[in-house]
Write a protein that binds this ligand. Structure first.
Ligand SMILES: [Fe+2]
Ligand SMILES: [Fe+2]
Length: 468
């Protein structure tokens, strides 16, 4: 039998019971620490109504404190950015999250809809505390702003239902936001909860370069955010155990010359409309580290190789087979429902090897990593009305890939839609002989507009880093 509870454990039990933690959860942790049922029952004056199944409690044991999992900040991964090397706070920088054009568009919308900024804590709302003007961008119901909002959510990997709408702020000369933290203090939380709970992450984006001043100082972290077009700062206002992290104190310094425009989006621990297990959204594919800057590149296929493949394609026209693709990735427009959306022309082993050998050095140069070929598909011909659902490729083999357009007979361009590393969607129009290099497992891609034309023939060729 375990020795009697030490004072340390007795205090621990009292602290957790008094803070309203689930008694069965406390009971379970004591069991896990070697105490026996009867001992715990006597000490706690509590006995679980039913035997506790091992995974039913939904509590984490951090140090010696039981914490409700739902009060912990989400564990996120930011692939396209850098994490600040400190254990004082979780803090990231993503450079060029938005481009100049996107920033200019947002600035225009902010300027059109400004009102004086309000502070959460009315006691500190002295006229000099926050002197900027604010725009509730969510209220605009603007498709462009909604798209930016969605990209922010995708980048941080938290469902939008666990967030506040984007806010825009505009600071003129002399205006500032004095040192503050973004989380709600205990006394503020009831007024601001609305079913969303505490604030966790802040996603903050500079929209312009300020002529002078306007930096964001984080004195406890020794970090200064310098306004640079499109750069995003992301920080977690909470510690891993859910407590408020005062190291995230920050000061929007006064603008000395020019003006400053920023947008802010706050994430929250809870959602009034979605369940806790819907909070995190990233798939394993999205958690792959980016290899190249943007994620894709358009190149030209060697003309002789193109001719050779085209020749093979024409000779084997009669052997084309209707294609069945797992998971309904390729479908047909409704009025073509009876026809197969795509057909397949096989390649000879020799031609497959030639294509892999030709592409390997080019893709290695582009990606900067040593690659091994994994797979080359035959020639897929999309038929009239075909659509390719947006998807990500296989994690194990399709890390660095290439699409080669061999032949097309179209009435209208049939663009490939592909996301870059910041979830920005691009339309790429390919001509015969064009190749697209892309990070296929990581980046979402598809052709969601039905093909207007009779044929669009592609080869797909896949590689993965050696030893990956
Ligand atoms: Fe703030
Ligand atoms: Fe794909």
């Amino acid at each position: 039998m375990m020795p009697a509870f030490t004072q340390d454990w007795i205090d621990w039990i009292d602290e957790n019971v008094n803070s309203g933690m689930n008694k069965d959860g406390i009971f379970k942790i004591l069991l896990e620490n070697g105490y026996e049922h009867e001992q715990i029952k006597t000490q706690m004056k509590h006995e679980p109504a039913q035997k506790i199944p091992s995974q039913s409690v939904g509590k984490f044991h951090i140090g010696k404190k039981v914490v409700d999992e739902k009060l912990l900040p989400p564990v996120i991964s930011i692939e396209g950015g850098t994490r600040l090397d400190t254990d004082k706070a979780e803090f990231y920088l993503i450079e060029n999250f938005l481009n100049e054009e996107e920033c200019a568009t947002i600035i225009e919308k902010i300027q059109d809809h400004l009102r004086p900024s309000l502070m959460v804590d009315h006691d500190t709302k002295k006229s000099s505390f926050r002197t900027s003007r604010t725009c509730d961008m969510g209220a605009l119901n603007d498709p462009f702003i909604n798209m930016i909002d969605e990209r922010i959510c995708q980048t941080i990997g938290i469902d939008a239902a666990f967030s506040e709408a984007i806010q825009g702020q505009f600071y003129e000369v002399g205006q500032e936001f004095k040192a503050h933290t973004d989380f709600f203090e205990k006394n503020e939380l009831p007024d601001h909860d609305n079913g969303y709970g505490q604030r966790s992450f802040t996603f903050f984006i500079y929209l312009n370069e300020v002529e002078e001043g306007g930096h964001t100082d984080f004195p406890m972290l020794g970090v200064t955010g310098v306004p640079k077009i499109g750069d995003a700062l992301i920080w977690n206002s909470l510690n891993a155990d859910g407590s408020c992290n005062y190291n995230t104190l920050h000061h929007g310094m006064p603008v000395r010359k020019g003006w400053k425009a920023v947008i802010t989006k706050w994430f929250r621990l809870k959602s009034p409309t979605k369940s806790f297990d819907q909070r995190l959204t990233k798939t394993d594919n999205e958690k792959i580290k980016p290899i190249t800057d943007i994620g894709f590149k358009v190149e030209k296929l060697d003309e002789l190789l193109h001719e050779k493949i085209l020749n093979h394609y024409e000779i084997n026209e009669v052997y084309k087979k209707d294609e069945t693709v797992e998971g309904d990735f390729i479908t047909n427009d409704e009025d073509k429902a009876k026809q197969a959306p795509s057909t397949l022309t096989n390649l000879s082993a020799r031609l497959k090897k030639e294509i892999h050998d030709y592409l390997k050095p080019k893709l290695e140069e582009w990606s900067g990593v040593e690659l091994e070929p994994t797979f080359v598909y035959g020639i897929r011909t999309y038929n009239e009305g075909a659509k390719l659902r947006a998807h990500r490729d296989r994690l194990d083999t399709h890390i660095i890939s290439c699409i080669i357009n061999i032949y097309q007979d179209v009435d209208e361009d049939w663009p490939l839609q592909i996301d870059d590393h910041h979830y920005r969607t691009h339309d790429i129009v390919m001509q015969p002989g064009d190749m697209v290099f892309y990070e296929g497992a990581r980046l979402q891609h598809g052709r969601e507009i039905p093909l207007k034309g009779r044929a669009f023939a592609n080869i797909f060729c896949h590689f993965k880093p050696v030893n990956a």
